[in-house]
Design a protein around this ligand. Structure first.
Ligand SMILES: C[S@@+](CC[C@H](N)C(=O)[O-])C[C@H]1O[C@@H](n2cnc3c(N)ncnc32)[C@H](O)[C@@H]1O
Length: 264
């Protein structure tokens, strides 16, 4: 495994128990039957009943198990051993019969000799991948001919801005491509506990994402952009009754999420 991905795996092993205790992930609500998938993904993916679904970078499994609750035959993949252990124990406790595989996305084709009706991935996945062309090839290899790929992800435009101490947003990062090594104790997106271990992140512009999928032989059915975010990216953002976060002013003029549906 790439040394940078090894570093990131340590970081995700540290984050997992912190996330599992957070109000953001609300594990108890999930145990009581909550579907953790959001309304955008549910509406755009559509009916998954009796379909085989592979969920990439699935963290500790609640969205994958939600797809199972909705009738899919679901498999979840993540490279964090801690996340997969927690996913398996939740699955056993709830009797949902989901398969979890511990693997780096890039290694998956060598350990999973299958193809799926749906490959799904969402919310905070591409910034952990250094090479999107390779990722596109992995997605294509794991889809059946005629199968559907769906991604709902933070818009790359959101990563360009840093917030000053006074709350102003300044364009400080490269939109198109950037590798960052983040060090020092930092909060995660889910709650206030600090993470100690370093982490690498990669920025990919929207054109790079689309080109990786098309280059791997997929046909794009749609690319949608949304003026809402799944978490409070900047302190000025406010959460609506629908659960999505927005800027208080001119929110509708700024993309915060995108989704792509593509067919093999
Ligand atoms: C932000 S989380 C995804 C969140 C998920 N959608 C959710 O809401 O719980 C990103 C996940 O990607 C996983 N990950 C990062 N790089 C990976 C890689 N190269 N291969 C497999 N999993 C990876 C991390 O372990 C983490 O669980």
């Amino acid at each position: 495994m790439d040394e940078r991905l090894r570093t990131n795996r340590i970081n995700w092993n540290e984050r997992t128990p912190i996330h599992a205790r957070s109000a953001f992930y609300d594990v108890e609500g999930f145990k009581s039957g909550r579907i953790t998938l959001d309304d955008i993904a549910l509406g755009e993916v559509g009916n998954v009943s009796r379909k085989s679904l592979l969920h990439l970078q699935r963290h500790f499994g609640m969205d994958t198990m939600s797809w199972s609750r909705l009738g899919a035959s679901a498999t979840g993949v993540d490279f964090s051993e801690t996340a997969i252990d927690l996913a398996r124990s939740l699955d056993e406790e709830l009797g949902l019969n989901v398969r979890f595989i511990c693997s780096d996305v890039y290694d998956l084709p060598s350990i999973l000799n299958e193809q799926f009706d749906i490959v799904f991935t969402s919310h905070g996945v591409l910034c952990w991948l250094p090479d999107l062309d390779e990722w596109g090839k992995v997605v294509s290899r794991l889809l059946k001919p005629g199968g559907t790929f769906y991604i709902l992800e933070g818009h790359p435009m959101m990563n360009v801005f840093e917030e000053s101490a006074s709350g102003d947003l300044r364009p400080e990062h490269d939109y198109f491509h950037e590798e960052l090594l983040l060090e020092g104790r930092r909060p995660s997106y889910a709650g206030s506990e600090l993470i100690e271990s370093p982490v690498y992140e990669w920025q990919h512009g929207l054109g790079e994402v689309v080109t990786a999928l098309v280059g791997a032989g997929l046909r794009i059915e749609f690319l949608h952009e949304f003026p809402v975010s799944g978490y409070q990216v900047h302190s000025v953002m406010e959460q609506g009754d629908d659960g999505w976060w927005r800027f208080p002013e001119r929110n509708d003029s700024f993309p915060q999420l995108f989704s792509i549906k593509a067919t093999k």
